[in-house]
Design a protein around this ligand. Structure first.
Ligand SMILES: C[S@@+](CC[C@H](N)C(=O)[O-])C[C@H]1O[C@@H](n2cnc3c(N)ncnc32)[C@H](O)[C@@H]1O
Length: 359
């Protein structure tokens, strides 16, 4: 029997369990793991919450299959529903499951070790492979296509923004020149290009192409936009007392999570108002006092945990209507052409039509 526990070591496992479990200690409790992976976190949530069931979402069908097998091996399959979807389709997933509200939503962003170790998917700079980097192999955009079609300013933007790459301009210029001679199709070619362009004296520790690879992966998979579209959907579907718990590995991801959570942690009224109306009081309670980080021991045994930032909030009262509709707009603003946005417009039009019939 394959030891599935050995494939991916879940980061800050006990902290995540401690944050999720209080919301799941009642009959019929529902948890959603938006980034199921190999179910390292999810199996722990279910074991610690015997009354709960869990919907596990992943866009990687291989991860879903392994997670399902693991749930079976651990005797948890009857409380587990696997769903192949991108997490920004959360609202549709819940609707398909006939679920209106849930008690806890969890996200452990980025790649699983399974994906990093799969040398043929082009995520890793340590192996020569096609420049693919798709988490969902049914989507069309690949790293190769980005390198072949984005103009230099677009490339500079992603390398700077998502990779914090100091030599973004030089690398982008070299890509645009090189691709006229020969298409860039492999991780080996990209490694060699970065190696040639970034001066030895200015290279960061580790592989000089690490930041460029990270930036491409974030762009290929639309990671930041998907995260920003998912958090408001999760909040809008939480029961009071429900929890939103997120692990990020990139400063922009963490900023997105922190900024989103801050919406519900502050008083929503002008600072000089003498009495704060109840409706302007915060609706989230912070569970983590800033972000939890991995300690030295965990980092030594699992280097992936070095950059983790874990944040959690609890919904303390129903989300005020104006925030609910702000959250709907936030979710849509990320991708107005998405199925979610179309569904939202259809729902809104129906409501408007019904309202105008009533008047
Ligand atoms: C870090 S791993 C999760 C590992 C998991 N917590 C465990 O313990 O096994 C992240 C997972 O999220 C998935 N993922 C990343 N972005 C996604 C998205 N937008 N929609 C759905 N799944 C996504 C990846 O395919 C990957 O399997």
């Amino acid at each position: 029997m394959t030891d599935l526990t050995a494939i991916h070591q879940p980061v800050l496992l006990q902290d995540c369990v401690d944050l999720m479990v209080p919301a799941l200690d009642h009959e019929g409790a529902i948890a959603v793991d938006c980034t199921l992976g190999i179910a390292g976190h999810s199996t722990a949530f279910l074991k610690s919450s015997p009354k709960a069931r869990l919907i596990g979402i992943d866009r990687d069908s291989e991860a879903l299959a392994l997670a399902t097998k693991r749930m079976e091996q651990e005797g948890l399959a009857d409380r587990f529903t696997p769903v192949h979807a991108a997490f920004d389709e959360l609202e549709r997933v819940l609707e398909d499951q006939g679920v209106e509200r849930v008690d806890a939503v969890f996200m452990d962003l980025g790649l699983s070790s399974l994906q990093i170790d799969e040398t043929d998917r082009g995520f890793s700079y340590s192996h020569d492979a096609p420049l693919d980097m798709r988490m969902d192999v049914s989507q069309e955009l690949t790293a190769q296509r980005i390198l072949a079609t984005y103009d230099a300013p677009q490339l500079v933007h992603i390398f700077k923004e998502y990779g914090e790459e100091r030599f973004a301009k030089q690398i982008a210029r070299a890509i645009v020149i090189d691709r006229d001679r020969e298409p860039l199709t492999t991780t080996g070619q990209l490694n060699a290009l970065v190696e040639r362009v970034v001066p030895k004296a200015h290279r960061p520790a580790g592989n000089p192409a690490k930041r460029v690879f990270q930036a491409l992966r974030i762009e290929v998979n639309g990671e930041l936009a998907k995260l920003a579209a998912t958090l408001p959907q999760a909040a809008n579907h939480l029961n009071v007392g429900g929890r939103l718990v997120v692990e990020s590995y990139h400063s922009l991801e963490d900023k997105t999570v922190k900024t989103f959570m801050a919406n519900g942690l502050k008083i929503d009224a002008p600072a000089d108002l003498p009495i704060i109306p109840p409706d302007a009081q915060p609706f989230f309670k912070e569970l983590t006092r800033g972000a939890i980080k991995a300690d030295e021991q965990e980092i030594a045994s699992n280097p992936r945990s070095a950059s983790v930032r874990l944040r959690g909030v609890e919904l303390t009262r129903p989300i005020p209507d104006r925030w609910r509709s702000r959250f709907e707009h936030m979710a849509m603003a990320q991708d107005p052409s998405s199925d979610e946005a179309k569904r939202h417009h259809a729902k809104r039009n129906n409501t408007n039509r019904n309202n105008s019939r009533r008047h």
